[in-house]
Design a protein around this ligand. Structure first.
Ligand SMILES: [Zn+2]
Length: 130
């Protein structure tokens, strides 16, 4: 049998995803581990992800390490309660999760702002006034 080379991104993402799921479980007091997880690698810089309900999570891993973590955090946040749509509840969960993971908040907020500028802007503005 010939052993194929395993892309290190798959190992990194598996370990990171596992930690994020543990932390999300602690925040929500429940096991949010999906039944199906698929990870793919691509040659481009950016990652993308998708969840199906609370049972499946798919992430396509790009070359940028920070962006990979942002996508994993985003998709795991969708598994948390009150987090199906990209509304304030979702972004509160995502930012709470990212802070607990010690992720760079500026890069995450910037990424999410490109995607949903209004709702992310309204949450981050209020947070600064706190
Ligand atoms: Zn999403």
């Amino acid at each position: 049998m010939r052993l194929r080379r395993v892309d290190a991104r798959l190992l990194d993402a598996t370990i990171y995803l596992d930690r994020v799921l543990v932390v999300a479980g602690r925040i929500t007091y429940r096991d949010i581990t999906p039944s199906v997880v698929t990870l793919h690698c691509r040659k481009g810089k950016w990652s993308s992800g998708r969840t199906h309900g609370r049972w499946a999570l798919h992430v396509t891993l790009g070359m940028d390490a920070d962006d990979r973590e942002c996508v994993i955090l985003h998709e795991v946040a969708h598994l948390m309660p009150l987090s199906t749509h990209h509304d304030k509840g979702f972004y509160r969960n995502l930012f709470r999760l990212a802070r607990r993971m010690g992720h760079d908040m500026e890069s995450l907020i910037e990424r999410e702002k490109r995607y949903k500028p209004r709702v992310v802007g309204s949450i981050t503005k209020r947070r600064r006034e706190d």
